[in-house]
Design a protein around this ligand. Structure first.
Ligand SMILES: Cc1cc2nc3c(=O)[nH]c(=O)nc-3n(C[C@H](O)[C@H](O)[C@H](O)COP(=O)(O)OP(=O)(O)OC[C@H]3O[C@@H](n4cnc5c(N)ncnc54)[C@H](O)[C@@H]3O)c2cc1C
Length: 296
């Protein structure tokens, strides 16, 4: 299939891109890596009248250490660059671990971090990772800038808090807490397929092995990334042992999610996967946190 006719703009600066979006409103769409938008246009599932290509705006592609030792990632940073970045490996190991699970290398060569977050596929890895990392997303429009937590960015199926005249420009990952251990796990039918279920965990243990904080975000079990709030509540302030982990995994699978059934997996199978993956991810994150504490 070929896309419906569209007007094509290739601005050189962010201001130019924002001006076009401000003028053309919801007729226009940003083009990042094109790995989701172009297939949707070819199938005529998306018919933007105007495309604003962001690929010639160099100021949107970077991975930088923030003054607080967190990370700032430009929205147009390719997924492949993120996967290969020593800075990401050191500062945000959860993000680093999740990257190779996204599609295939060819797609990650073009696909961008911001494009994946803005597209808001419920089966995408990066939205759940950013929620688990408590990242903040910088949105810019012609009238200024706002920064919102990743967990507030997702508003429904393929929907976000982005206004039609706004662009996601930067992802801000907070510094890695002392005593943190992380884990990303998913099950897909074949490596590179969208996950049937996945989970991102960041767990912070204090010296005594008590949970100082935990975030658990699941993908492919709802309309966007889903925080396992009940499980997180059970773990906060508790001593982490296998029994506690098993109970939290049960709460995550049975109470926190309302997993859909579809042609890829039944709802019951998704719940089963969620329980197993949350249990394993929590156990791995706890081990890593303990090892890191001992090495410090
Ligand atoms: C065969 C295949 C398998 C895939 N498997 C996976 C997978 O397993 N996991 C996964 O997560 N993804 C997967 N993807 C999707 C891939 O990761 C895409 O790269 C990603 O979803 C979109 O990123 P992009 O840069 O290509 O964005 P585009 O396709 O260019 O844009 C996607 C949407 O986001 C909007 N957008 C893009 N950038 C911005 C911005 N800065 N501000 C505001 N809006 C913006 C666009 O207007 C569009 O609506 C797969 C894709 C293919 C083709």
């Amino acid at each position: 299939m070929k896309p419906a006719a569209f007007e094509y703009h290739r601005p050189d600066t962010l201001d130019e891109a924002l001006a076009i979006l401000a003028e053309r409103g919801d007729e226009a769409k940003a083009l990042a890596g094109g790995q989701s938008l172009v297939p949707a246009m070819n199938f005529r599932l998306a018919r933007p009248a105007v495309l604003v290509d962001l690929n010639r705006i160099p100021s949107l592609a970077y991975i930088a250490e923030a003054p607080d030792r967190g990370l700032h990632i430009g929205a147009m940073t390719r997924q492949r660059s993120t996967e290969r970045s020593p800075l990401v490996a050191g500062r945000a190991p959860l993000l680093f671990e999740a990257m190779p699970w996204i599609a295939h290398p060819q797609i990650r060569n073009r696909g961008t971090v911001g494009g994946s977050l803005a597209h808001a596929d419920p089966a995408a890895e990066l939205p759940a990772v950013m929620v688990a990392l408590d990242a903040r997303l910088v949105l810019r429009g012609a009238n200024g800038l706002r920064t919102i937590p990743a967990r507030e960015f997702y508003t429904g199926l393929l929907s976000t808090a982005l206004a039609p005249d706004e662009l996601l420009t930067e992802i801000q990952v907070p510094p890695r807490p002392a005593g943190a251990g992380e884990a990303f796990m998913e099950v897909a039918r074949r490596h590179g397929d969208f996950a049937l279920v996945g989970v991102a965990v960041q767990l912070v243990l204090d010296q005594a092995g008590t949970c100082a904080s935990v975030r658990i975000a699941l993908l492919s079990v709802g309309e966007g990334p889903v925080s396992a709030t009940g499980a997180m509540g059970e773990l906060a302030g508790a001593r982490i042992d296998p029994g506690r982990i098993e109970a939290a995994a049960r709460t995550a699978a049975e109470t926190d999610i309302d997993a859909p059934g579809d042609i890829h997996a039944s709802a019951a199978y998704r719940r089963h996967l969620a329980r197993v993956l949350v249990r394993r991810a929590l156990a791995t994150a706890a081990q890593r946190a303990t090892r890191r504490r001992s090495a410090a």
